[in-house]
Design a protein around this ligand. Structure first.
Ligand code: HEM
Length: 271
């Protein structure tokens, strides 16, 4: 394992010149905002529902598919190679298992994502093509998040959804990482070894702020999509007899979701 450089602040409490320290400091406020989105607050209160989790998985799948395709394609780029850990970190296959568990074998036809998820995917593909050195900002935001707060969220998901086994929770499991803390240290040291000009470093920090913002927008869009669905089923219109809706939870969900999709502009992919 690499000799690890610690990302501690110096005696004056100043942020040092290491990328790992600077990126953490640059995104501190955005992290707080992400934690305080409605969706993440529901999570922390143990109130995540199956519907919320199922739609979140769809968005995570689209995001990681774009991220990991771009990391794979740029694996030998000097700014990507040091932080390229497909064996340890790749999430696409685990998300596929979870999606199949919750949505069934035809899950590919059912993946539903809001506009914000599409924008996030487009951004990842654009920088993968044009500025691969910015991928580190996105890989940091997602993977270090998954290895930090994400570990607690896995336990909360299992409890909130009343899942007896770990089936459907592959996303939170990293069998190739025996100690998340030690791995995060290694990851930080690899980030710090990337050679970047001052200009590129500033662009990476800016991209990390954007990465958090894109995540916040995805959470907000998912929340809106789900609230419209809930409000709609609670106030059925004259054209749809309330009794029929009340008698069929699947119909309730479908009608609500269709209206939500129409309201906020949603992309449906048949992969
Ligand atoms: C319920 C929501 C969340 C909770 C409770 C949470 C909690 C945490 C905790 C406890 C840490 C470790 C802090 C440390 O070691 O100093 C952490 C780190 C991190 N989190 Fe979160 N988090 C949440 C959401 C998010 C989200 C939505 C993202 C981004 C999409 C994110 C990205 C990160 C990153 C990148 C780190 C690593 C920071 C670093 O060491 O540089 N977190 N989080």
């Amino acid at each position: 394992m690499d000799t690890m450089k610690s990302a501690r602040k110096d005696d004056a409490g100043e942020v040092g010149s290491d990328l790992s320290e600077q990126i953490k400091a640059a995104t501190k406020d955005n992290h707080v905002r992400a934690e305080n989105t409605q969706l993440m607050l529901s999570y922390q209160k143990g109130q995540i529902t199956l519907v919320q989790y199922k739609v979140l998985l769809c968005s995570l799948y689209e995001i990681y598919k774009a991220l990991e395709e771009e990391l794979d394609r740029n694996a030998s780029h000097p700014a990507v190679a040091p932080i390229y850990f497909p064996q340890e970190l790749a999430r696409v296959e685990s998300l596929e298992r979870d999606l199949e568990h919750f949505w069934g074998s035809e899950w590919r036809k059912k993946v539903i994502v809001p506009a914000a998820t599409q924008r996030y995917g487009q951004r990842l593909r654009k920088i993968g093509r044009e500025n691969p050195e910015l991928l580190v900002a996105h890989a940091y935001t997602r993977y270090l998040g998954d290895l930090s707060g994400g570990q607690v969220l896995g336990k909360i998901t299992q409890k909130s959804l009343g899942l007896i086994s770990k089936d459907g929770l592959s996303f939170f499991q990293f069998p190739g990482v025996s100690s998340p803390n030690r791995f995060k240290q290694l990851y930080r040291s690899r980030m710090n070894s990337i050679e970047l000009t001052e200009e590129e470093k500033a662009a990476v920090l800016e991209e990390a702020v954007l990465a958090f913002e894109l995540n916040i927008q995805v959470f907000d869009d998912l929340q809106k999509m789900l609230s419209v669905a809930t409000e709609t089923v609670n106030q059925p219109s004259d054209r749809f007899p309330a009794a029929i809706l009340r008698s069929s939870p699947i119909l309730q969900y479908t009608v609500g979701l269709c209206l939500a999709l129409a309201t906020i502009g949603v992309g449906i992919y048949a992969l």
